[in-house]
Write a protein that binds this ligand. Structure first.
Ligand code: FAD
Length: 452
């Protein structure tokens, strides 16, 4: 109930979370321990169980989100009242955001370059906590409750989560570690990783695809960070932040740090780092974007992959976000952020909002004149349109020269492809050239006014 009260968690992410708990349960059993899942409001759960089970310590992850901070404060005061100790550890991020803020004079560094500079004063992140081993559990026999039906990991039906349309991504530490090892085996790939050169429309992820596992605590970012350091140490050359793999992890830290010290980080109003823009309110257009009916195959394929699988490549996120906001529809980044929050497996309060502000040129990013073209962007890396054919099978029979702009095919060619534009697949919802020119002017105006 706590998570659902602060985030809109979609069905795919629920499945991923339950699979992750199932996997944790299995791995703990192998170590001679077990996982007890209690459902309910955390406050009443603690009240009910502290005495009953003689709980002396509650351990939790320290997080930067305001709602987690609030939860931690409440648990601490419950601890005083009920007599248990609270141990809160930073393990979701590489660094303690507060230390970075302190080193930067109490304010968040607002550029990545500045952020890296502050990190250089801090040194390497703390080493990862080692994985638990059987001996850790030798003294504490699993309670008989382990087998109690009452405390098992819930099934999707118990939580009334739709069981159809499962994502190909499977949750859990075991899957996450496998994915990690697979990538790390290829040391050349790791050392030369250059984010902008990865491909947004490959049929399998061209980046690590580890984000869902970091997001739900299946994998430690510190483990990844140090494994990368080892590979870098053995390589003659390796790429560097911002484009390297370690650089990607530092982007994550960057957004956590800024979010931890910015009020209303996920909103425009009351957010001191966010440009205040009069975005259009247009529920119908927003719906078309969300449901993959923009009429631009590249954008619609991305939104379909997002809905069906819960993960899309970073540059695909760029394309979809730019199209909704400053590029074409001029709809608020907050609306897009909410859709991503519901559909992404890796949905994250700080990273999602930070990137949406970036893409909409509301904060961090200033090259707002660069607007992505919904036709040309995808063509560069997938001229045959394999990606579009996979996610929008209705278009799959179009020859490659039309796959990104099927409305330019003649009536005859549309018939041959078995898809009539305007009937089986929509016409483009905007004239990209016209709207993007217009939006650019609007953006220029806003920026001039507000920077003055
Ligand atoms: P890799 O390139 O393999 O990078 C490794 C790890 O670095 C990622 O798993 C992730 O933890 C971190 N990382 C990479 N890029 C970024 C970035 N730009 N910002 C912060 N961390 C990064 N990422 C999320 O985890 N959750 C979100 O809710 C989220 N929303 C986004 C919304 C928009 C509009 C955009 C443009 C990006 C968003 N991202 C989000 C960032 C990024 O797209 C994903 O982290 C990345 O694509 C995940 O794929 P990967 O694990 O293969 O990344």
């Amino acid at each position: 109930p706590f998570m659902t009260s602060v985030m809109n968690i979609g069905a795919l992410r629920w499945h991923f979370l339950l699979q992750s708990l199932e996997n944790l349960q299995k791995n703990l059993l192998q170590l001679g321990s077990c996982l007890l899942v209690i459902q309910g409001e955390y406050e009443s759960v603690l009240r009910d169980h502290v005495k009953k089970w003689n709980i002396t310590q509650v351990t939790l992850d320290a997080e930067v989100e305001p709602f987690y901070k609030e939860m931690e404060a409440k648990i601490r005061s419950l601890g005083e009242e009920l007599g248990f100790k609270v141990l809160s550890l930073i393990s979701h991020s590489l660094y303690d955001a507060q230390r970075i803020l302190d080193l930067n004079g109490g304010t968040p560094p607002l550029t990545y370059k500045r952020f890296l500079h502050v990190l250089s004063l801090l040194g390497d992140p703390e080493v990862p906590v080692r994985n638990l081993a059987a001996e850790d559990f030798q003294r504490c026999r699993p309670p008989d409750l382990c087998l109690a039906e009452h405390y098992r990991v819930p099934l999707p039906v118990d939580l009334k989560i739709p069981t159809e349309s499962l994502s190909p991504w499977k949750g859990g530490e075991t899957e996450g570690l496998q994915r990690l090892e697979q990538h790390l085996m290829n040391q050349g790939w790791v050392a030369s990783f250059t984010k902008p050169r990865t491909i947004p429309n490959s049929l399998l992820p061209s980046t690590t695809g580890l984000s869902p596992y970091f997001s739900l605590g299946c994998l430690s970012v510190r483990t990844f960070f140090y494994r990368l350091s080892n590979i870098y140490a053995q390589s003659k050359h390796h790429s560097l932040p911002p484009v390297s793999l370690q650089g990607q992890l530092l982007w994550r830290e960057f957004f956590y740090t800024v979010a931890s010290a910015t009020p209303n980080f996920t909103k425009m109003v009351g957010n001191p780092i966010c440009l205040q823009i009069n975005w259009y309110e247009d529920a119908e257009r927003l719906h078309r974007w969300k449901t993959a009916q923009t009429g631009f195959p590249w954008i619609d394929a991305i939104m379909t992959q997002l809905r069906q699988e819960g993960w899309i490549h970073h540059l695909a996120r760029h394309a979809a976000a730019c199209f909704l906001t400053r590029g074409d529809l001029w709809i608020s980044w907050e609306e897009g952020m909410k859709v991503f929050e519901e559909m992404l497996l890796d949905a994250d309060y700080s990273i999602n909002a930070g990137n949406w502000m970036w893409l909409s040129a509301s904060a961090f990013f200033h090259q707002y004149r660069r607007i992505f073209c919904p036709v040309r962007f995808g063509k560069r890396t997938d001229p045959q349109g394999h990606y579009i054919r996979k996610y929008l099978p209705i278009l799959k029979k179009f020859p490659s020269k039309y796959i990104y702009e099927p409305w330019t095919a003649s009536e005859e060619e549309q018939k041959e492809a078995g898809c009539i534009i305007g009937q089986d697949y929509p016409f483009p919802m905007v004239n990209h050239k016209e709207v993007s020119d217009h939006n650019l002017l609007l953006m220029k105006q806003v920026r001039e006014e507000q920077y003055r």
